[in-house]
Ligand binder design. Structure first.
Ligand code: ZN
Ligand code: ZN
Length: 132
Protein backbone atom coordinates (compact mmCIF):
# COMPACT_ATOMS: atom_id res chain seq x y z
CA UNK A 1 0.00 0.00 0.00
CA UNK A 2 1.17 3.51 -0.64
CA UNK A 3 -0.36 6.62 0.79
CA UNK A 4 -0.34 9.79 -1.22
CA UNK A 5 -1.40 13.22 -0.04
CA UNK A 6 -2.85 15.54 -2.62
CA UNK A 7 -4.08 19.09 -2.72
CA UNK A 8 -7.72 19.65 -3.46
CA UNK A 9 -8.76 22.86 -5.22
CA UNK A 10 -12.16 24.30 -4.38
CA UNK A 11 -14.15 26.77 -6.44
CA UNK A 12 -14.71 30.14 -4.74
CA UNK A 13 -18.23 30.29 -6.13
CA UNK A 14 -19.73 26.79 -5.98
CA UNK A 15 -19.13 23.37 -4.46
CA UNK A 16 -17.02 21.96 -7.25
CA UNK A 17 -13.50 20.77 -6.48
CA UNK A 18 -10.71 19.24 -8.51
CA UNK A 19 -7.25 17.78 -7.99
CA UNK A 20 -5.56 20.00 -10.53
CA UNK A 21 -5.09 23.72 -10.10
CA UNK A 22 -5.25 24.41 -13.80
CA UNK A 23 -8.66 22.84 -14.31
CA UNK A 24 -10.06 24.68 -11.27
CA UNK A 25 -8.74 28.01 -12.59
CA UNK A 26 -10.51 27.30 -15.83
CA UNK A 27 -13.70 26.24 -14.06
CA UNK A 28 -13.77 29.33 -11.82
CA UNK A 29 -13.49 31.66 -14.79
CA UNK A 30 -16.55 30.06 -16.35
CA UNK A 31 -18.42 28.96 -13.22
CA UNK A 32 -22.13 29.71 -13.50
CA UNK A 33 -22.06 30.98 -9.89
CA UNK A 34 -19.39 33.58 -10.70
CA UNK A 35 -20.96 37.04 -11.34
CA UNK A 36 -17.99 38.10 -13.47
CA UNK A 37 -17.78 34.85 -15.38
CA UNK A 38 -16.57 34.52 -18.94
CA UNK A 39 -19.02 32.61 -21.06
CA UNK A 40 -17.52 30.05 -23.41
CA UNK A 41 -20.92 29.29 -24.91
CA UNK A 42 -21.94 32.78 -26.06
CA UNK A 43 -19.83 32.57 -29.21
CA UNK A 44 -22.20 29.88 -30.45
CA UNK A 45 -25.29 31.99 -29.87
CA UNK A 46 -26.82 34.66 -32.04
CA UNK A 47 -26.96 37.81 -29.97
CA UNK A 48 -24.49 39.28 -27.50
CA UNK A 49 -25.24 38.50 -23.87
CA UNK A 50 -25.50 41.22 -21.24
CA UNK A 51 -23.62 38.88 -18.87
CA UNK A 52 -24.44 36.95 -15.70
CA UNK A 53 -24.43 39.95 -13.34
CA UNK A 54 -27.01 41.88 -15.36
CA UNK A 55 -29.14 38.77 -15.91
CA UNK A 56 -29.11 38.21 -12.16
CA UNK A 57 -30.52 41.72 -11.62
CA UNK A 58 -33.19 41.08 -14.23
CA UNK A 59 -34.14 37.76 -12.63
CA UNK A 60 -34.39 39.49 -9.24
CA UNK A 61 -36.66 42.11 -10.78
CA UNK A 62 -38.96 39.32 -11.95
CA UNK A 63 -38.02 39.05 -15.62
CA UNK A 64 -39.59 36.17 -17.54
CA UNK A 65 -37.58 33.44 -19.23
CA UNK A 66 -38.29 35.02 -22.62
CA UNK A 67 -36.94 38.38 -21.44
CA UNK A 68 -33.87 36.70 -19.95
CA UNK A 69 -33.29 34.68 -23.12
CA UNK A 70 -33.38 37.80 -25.24
CA UNK A 71 -30.96 39.67 -22.94
CA UNK A 72 -28.68 36.62 -22.94
CA UNK A 73 -28.59 36.55 -26.73
CA UNK A 74 -30.11 33.08 -26.59
CA UNK A 75 -27.30 31.60 -24.49
CA UNK A 76 -28.74 28.97 -22.09
CA UNK A 77 -25.65 28.98 -19.88
CA UNK A 78 -25.93 32.76 -19.35
CA UNK A 79 -29.61 32.38 -18.48
CA UNK A 80 -28.80 29.58 -16.05
CA UNK A 81 -26.03 31.67 -14.44
CA UNK A 82 -28.30 34.69 -14.00
CA UNK A 83 -31.14 32.68 -12.50
CA UNK A 84 -28.88 30.69 -10.21
CA UNK A 85 -27.15 33.80 -8.92
CA UNK A 86 -30.44 35.56 -8.28
CA UNK A 87 -31.19 32.84 -5.73
CA UNK A 88 -34.57 32.35 -7.38
CA UNK A 89 -33.85 28.69 -7.85
CA UNK A 90 -32.11 27.44 -4.75
CA UNK A 91 -32.97 23.90 -5.70
CA UNK A 92 -30.70 24.22 -8.69
CA UNK A 93 -27.66 24.28 -6.48
CA UNK A 94 -27.90 20.53 -6.25
CA UNK A 95 -29.82 19.86 -9.41
CA UNK A 96 -28.92 22.20 -12.27
CA UNK A 97 -31.02 20.14 -14.62
CA UNK A 98 -34.26 20.65 -12.77
CA UNK A 99 -36.73 21.06 -15.58
CA UNK A 100 -39.93 22.22 -14.02
CA UNK A 101 -38.82 25.62 -12.73
CA UNK A 102 -40.84 28.35 -14.34
CA UNK A 103 -41.38 26.03 -17.26
CA UNK A 104 -37.89 26.58 -18.58
CA UNK A 105 -36.26 23.46 -19.93
CA UNK A 106 -32.55 24.14 -19.57
CA UNK A 107 -31.59 20.61 -20.56
CA UNK A 108 -33.58 20.84 -23.77
CA UNK A 109 -32.23 24.26 -24.78
CA UNK A 110 -28.71 23.14 -24.05
CA UNK A 111 -29.01 19.91 -26.01
CA UNK A 112 -30.48 21.78 -28.98
CA UNK A 113 -27.54 24.13 -28.90
CA UNK A 114 -25.06 21.24 -28.75
CA UNK A 115 -26.78 19.63 -31.72
CA UNK A 116 -26.09 22.83 -33.67
CA UNK A 117 -22.50 23.15 -32.46
CA UNK A 118 -21.91 19.53 -33.36
CA UNK A 119 -18.46 19.31 -31.77
CA UNK A 120 -17.81 16.25 -29.64
CA UNK A 121 -14.45 17.54 -28.42
CA UNK A 122 -15.92 20.82 -27.23
CA UNK A 123 -18.79 19.02 -25.52
CA UNK A 124 -16.35 16.79 -23.61
CA UNK A 125 -14.31 19.78 -22.50
CA UNK A 126 -17.41 21.69 -21.49
CA UNK A 127 -18.69 18.79 -19.39
CA UNK A 128 -15.41 18.48 -17.55
CA UNK A 129 -15.72 22.07 -16.32
CA UNK A 130 -19.41 22.26 -15.59
CA UNK A 131 -20.51 18.73 -14.86
CA UNK A 132 -23.63 19.10 -17.00
ZN1 ZN B 1 -17.75 26.89 -9.49
ZN1 ZN C 1 -23.33 32.83 -22.54
Amino acid sequence: MREQKKSVYYCDHCKKHTLTKQSMEKHERRCTSNPDRECAMCKHCEGGSVGAGKLKEMALAGATIDELREAAGGCPICILAGIKQSGAMKMWEDDPLHESVRGWNFKKELSELWAEINSHAELQEYRSYYGY
